[in-house]
Ligand binder design. Structure first.
Ligand code: CA
Length: 474
């Protein structure tokens, strides 16, 4: 196991309220993002880190490791609250904490707040933690689209943190840690600027050298504005293998050597390029494995193809869309995912005979990843597609998914009346079928009470009562 971590104040702030810890001795890794006043934030995050470390160090031989982790969090919580009560300047301070304790091939992740843990396993990136933030709640209720999240005004309001309230229960996740895995812990200063896709690319391409990967991630976030403190820790297993997307960073050079190094770099680049040319280049292609649509890497030489991402979608859908798609080049990984998204959209339109709920979810994931608005669809087309998706979800009884699709369609439809009407009816219908219409309308009434100008809420309420009356009449 190798690990590296770094923190940076970013481009807009003078102080750095993030703290982090790497203790390879006991396999403990923590990031914490403090908040509350000039002094408070920094102090809160450092108390969290040191309290967690001290307690876990002392109790590391204890059999009940999860119990140890819970106690450590509750101690850190108390320590911050006590410190805050001693000094009025510190009142209201708190901190996020995302921690991984990896020992004997097993990892325990414990988490409060909106810092994150990501696991990169077998070519796929998983977000392990769920943000404890108002924004996440809104996303889950379908009020905000996930892709809008990163720039959203609500993103700073966190709903759980250390040092805020007496009773605190961290989210805890337990999993194996495989020798081929990579684990990233980071604060929101990173994720506000970088999509999961970009994080995945950095780990995938540079994870062999955790220090380089971490620095590259921080530099990327700074290049995108660096609006907050940025902290990242990358832990990679002993058999983790990066897949460089381009020629590996050739040489890290001292300034004085730059001129010479440029020539060496150019020569090396030529060498790599000609090698790639001879080999036919490294390609991403689409393929089918066991009936599943997969993204492959290959050297265009028979026998050099290997799966880099399983899509979870049936490859028969690609057959619907195009005859000879197998082995076709699809560019870089994001391009490849766009192709998957396109296939998904087109195939659904052609009406495959059987649709499973998981395929709708997987398809939505790809559509989201590709950023459907950037692959040549107009807003109306997207809305139209999401409405169809809502109908399909309704027809297979996936009410939550249907509601999600309709409310997102509503956000895309640019006010086009027939779309608005259909989206609202769909939202009401899916709530009705789920037995949630009463609750939903109650929520809208409250929303209307606090904002009487909310025309959308008014309109949904009207259609809601209309549908309810009709159903009663039936
Ligand atoms: Ca932050």
């Amino acid at each position: 196991m190798r690990a590296a971590g770094a923190t940076d104040p970013g481009c807009k702030r003078e102080e750095n309220q993030d703290s982090f810890l790497i203790d390879e001795d006991i396999g403990l890794f923590i990031v914490a993002d403090g908040m509350g006043g000039h002094k408070g934030g920094e102090l809160a995050s450092s108390i969290a880190v040191s309290t967690l470390r001290d307690y876990i160090r002392a109790k590391r031989w204890d059999k009940d490791r999860i119990g140890v982790v819970r106690n450590a969090f509750s101690l850190a919580n108390k320590a911050i609250m006590e410190k805050a009560s001693e000094d009025p300047e510190l009142s209201g301070m708190g901190t996020t904490a995302t921690m991984a304790w990896i020992t004997e091939g097993r990892m325990i992740i414990a988490h409060v707040g909106d810092s994150r843990a990501y696991l990169y396993r077998k070519g796929e990136l998983f977000r392990i933690t769920k943000d404890h933030s108002l924004l996440q709640d809104l996303i889950e209720r379908g009020r905000v689209k996930p892709e809008e999240g990163r720039g959203h005004v609500m993103r700073n309001i966190i709903t759980k943190a250390l040092g805020v309230s007496e009773d605190l229960t961290p989210d805890i996740f337990v999993d194996r840690f495989e020798p081929t895995d990579a684990l990233l812990l980071c604060t929101d200063g990173l994720t506000v600027h970088l999509t999961d896709g970009r994080i995945e690319e950095a780990i995938c391409a540079k994870g062999d050298d955790p220090e380089m990967a971490v620095n590259a991630l921080i530099e990327e976030a700074k290049a995108e504005g660096g609006s907050d403190n940025i902290t990242a820790i990358l832990v990679v297993g002993d058999r983790f293998k990066a897949i460089p997307l381009v020629a590996p960073a050739l040489i890290r050079v001292r300034k004085a050597d730059r001129g010479k190094a440029m020539w060496v770099a150019a020569a090396l680049l030529m060498l790599v390029l000609s090698a790639l040319f001879l080999l036919g280049g490294m390609h991403l292609t689409l393929s089918s494995k066991g009936g599943e649509l997969v993204i492959c890497r290959s050297l265009m030489i028979p026998g050099t193809t290997w799966v880099t991402e399983r899509t979870g979608l049936p490859s028969s859908w690609a057959d619907l869309v195009e005859k000879d798609w197998r082995g076709k080049e699809v560019g870089r990984i994001d391009e490849a995912r766009k192709s998957v998204a396109r296939i998904f959209v087109k195939a659904l339109r052609m009406g495959p005979r059987k649709v499973k709920r998981i395929w709708i979810e997987k398809g939505l994931y790809y559509v989201e990843k590709a950023g459907i608005d950037r692959i040549g669809f107009s807003n109306e087309e997207i809305s139209d597609f999401l409405l169809d998706l809502g109908d399909i979800a309704l027809s297979i009884g996936a009410w939550g998914l249907a509601f999600d699709s309709y409310s997102r369609a509503l956000a895309y439809c640019s006010g086009k009346e027939e779309f608005v009407e259909r989206a609202i009816r769909g939202m009401v219908e899916s709530n009705y079928r789920a037995g949630m219409l009463g609750e939903y309308m109650e929520m809208l009434r409250k929303r209307l009470a606090s904002n009487p100008n909310d025309d959308l809420a008014k309109r949904i309420l009207v259609i809601g009562s209309d549908i309810r009356n009709k159903k009663r009449g039936e």
